[in-house]
Design a protein. Structure first.
Ligand code: MTE
Length: 451
């Protein structure tokens, strides 16, 4: 038995908490503190596990009179908790470190900020609703659904105002899709900036959304198909989030959603109504949706003419670049984690494409010199997370882990220098380069950029 255990490597989870708000003074300081904290937290948790100096001794103890086996615990001899002790179930107390977290210093106030999904600790392709990333421009609200209204107007024969009851009576669909903020991985354009996958890639989540296809509402209002070219979506929060969406997309797979992962949307994610715009950057997924206007030209609102534009190397800005191109990342082992032994590891990660399905994912453990094809776990859905896994035996020497996705259009995820050659380094949005995690000889995994 112990022989079998010894063969497989073990891993210290990524440290969960990196920084206090007051610690953050500048991006450079933030980075130094991040790195220092991740090292010391890893050391502390190893010490707590009795693994700091002698991980192999810990292995040997297993099976040799392990008190966890020999002494019957209370849960094997006593009466457990009654049903409905938690009327709404919560994760185990032992999992409370797994949380969405704000990156201190990224924005001035938390009402206009981001809380990142801990991708290093989630499995499969669905993000638990409580860990779904949050991005608000002016804070979130828990809006009374009985008072919420959705207006559809503009180039339609019969402008209408819908109550939530009206909307929930209409034919519905349920679809699994990722939502990725266009600014995901934005801090890494110029250089390595953050230590873990939560902060480098955690402005993305994948959920099952339920609602009414926008095409149903537009038909219900008698859209003028001869003149109409675009729709405008507007939110009910103070940010007046407004985004133009081309009509062909609006009539294709866009959903006016009230459900997420089998229940009503969470308030942070737009309760009671949000737009789901598959494959398109998160900003177009307007939350607390209150108005759809149909028109014949783009509105050039503040959230699309000034913000959410891409600064190119020649000093010009690209506008209306909504699609999230194919991207992938290894979520374990990943930055901040520590490999405790040589031996077998399951490299696991996520891949997605705003243009359709993931076709294949290749993984390199030597910084991109050699690649092996990873196993794609089903289901493989359009514009959704695809989970990939691949076996790896770590021989204890330094390694650089990378994943590279190809989507069904044939598009291949670029290296960071390929992306910079076209986009420069001063952009914010749509950074989809290959991510590299360096495994040092002592097992520590860190964020690096490899060209
Ligand atoms: N809608 C409104 N009304 N207000 C907002 O601040 N933020 C947008 C979008 N929709 C926003 C909004 C941005 S920038 C993103 S990335 C997504 O919502 C984030 O959705 P989430 O908070 O559910 O993850």
């Amino acid at each position: 038995m112990s022989q079998e255990v010894k063969k497989s490597g073990r891993l210290v989870r990524a440290p969960e908490n990196f920084l206090a708000k007051d610690d953050v003074k500048s991006p450079a300081l933030m980075r130094r503190k991040f790195l220092a904290a991740s090292v010391s937290t890893a050391a502390t948790s190893m010490a707590a596990l009795g693994l700091a100096t002698s991980s192999r001794t810990a292995h040997a103890a297993v099976g040799a009179g392990d008190p966890n086996i020999l002494n019957l615990p209370a849960h094997s001899t006593g009466l457990g908790m009654p049903v409905a002790a938690n009327a709404y179930g919560m994760p185990s107390q032992y999992e409370k470190g797994l949380q969405r977290r704000e990156s201190p210093g990224l924005t001035r106030v938390s009402a206009a900020s981001v809380a990142f999904t801990p991708l290093q600790g989630t499995f499969g392709i669905i993000t638990p609703s409580g860990l779904h990333f949050e991005r608000h421009h002016q804070g979130w609200w828990d809006i009374d659904p009985s008072k919420h209204r959705l207006m559809v107007m503009g180039m339609v024969k019969n402008p209408k105002v819908y109550t939530m009851d009206d909307i929930m009576r209409l034919p519905s669909v349920s679809r699994i899709h990722f939502i990725e903020c266009g600014a995901n991985t934005a801090m890494e354009w110029g250089n390595v900036a953050v230590p873990t996958v939560q902060y480098s890639h955690g402005m993305i989540s994948c959920s099952e959304f339920t609602g009414v296809p926008l095409s149903v509402l537009l038909d219900d209002c008698g859209i003028d198909r001869k003149q109409a070219r675009f729709v405008l979506a507007e939110g009910a929060d103070g940010s007046s989030m407004t985004r133009t969406i081309p009509l062909d997309r609006a009539l294709d797979d866009v959903i006016v959603a009230y459900g997420m992962n089998g229940e009503m949307l969470r308030p942070e994610n737009g309760y009671p109504l949000r737009l789901v715009v598959p494959g398109i950057q998160g900003v177009s997924w307007v939350k607390w949706l209150r108005r759809i206007e149909v028109g014949d030209q783009k509105w050039a609102t503040k959230d699309e003419a000034i913000h959410y534009v891409d600064l190119m190397p020649d000093g010009m800005h690209r506008q209306y670049t909504g699609i999230q191109e194919a991207k992938s990342v290894i979520t374990t082992p990943s930055g901040g984690q520590t490999l405790l032994d040589k031996g077998f590891y399951n490299i696991s990660g996520l891949a997605w494409s705003g243009r359709g399905k993931v076709k294949r994912v290749d993984v390199s453990v030597d910084g991109g010199r050699n690649w092996r094809q990873a196993r794609l776990e089903g289901p493989i859905l359009t514009k959704a997370f695809t989970r990939f896994n691949i076996d790896w035996v770590w021989d204890g020497s330094p390694a650089v882990l990378q994943s590279r996705v190809q989507d069904e259009t044939g598009y291949v995820q670029p290296k960071i220098n390929q992306l910079r050659a076209v986009r420069g380094t001063r952009s914010i949005y749509h950074q989809n380069a290959i991510q590299s995690w360096k495994v040092a000889e002592n097992g520590e995994v860190s964020n690096v950029q490899v060209y």
